[in-house]
Design a protein. Structure first.
Length: 110
């Protein structure tokens, strides 16, 4: 089980993992922050990024906040780090934008 601190930016142009924000992973989502739509979009986004079923990703804290604590069942933080970095490297348009390993190292140590 891994715990991941996330800062969500709703109403973005694209769904994207963009970097680090105050010791958390910053994720932009197209969904609005209305009626849980951004929370559902976050879970779908993380499930796709980590190649896990949606039920393995649980929003522990931050249901009505941009700062969220996500529990990821079935993976360690190192597994999450590896999968997110691998997914980023496969997407050539994002290559060089930031080092995902540095972001996850800072989040894990905070």
């Amino acid at each position: 089980m891994a715990l991941l601190r996330v800062h969500v930016v709703p109403n973005a142009k694209i769904d994207d993992l963009v970097g680090e924000h105050g010791g958390t992973v910053k994720i932009k989502l197209r969904a609005p922050a209305l009626e849980g739509k951004a929370n559902a979009a976050l879970i779908r986004f993380l499930a796709a990024q980590l190649e896990l079923p949606r039920h393995a990703i649980v929003l522990e804290r931050g249901h009505r906040s941009r700062e969220k604590l996500i529990r990821i069942d079935g993976l360690t933080l190192e597994d999450v780090r590896t999968r997110m970095c691998a997914k980023r490297m496969r997407n050539s348009r994002m290559r060089g934008r930031f080092k995902a390993t540095d972001v996850f190292a800072r989040v894990a140590n905070s």
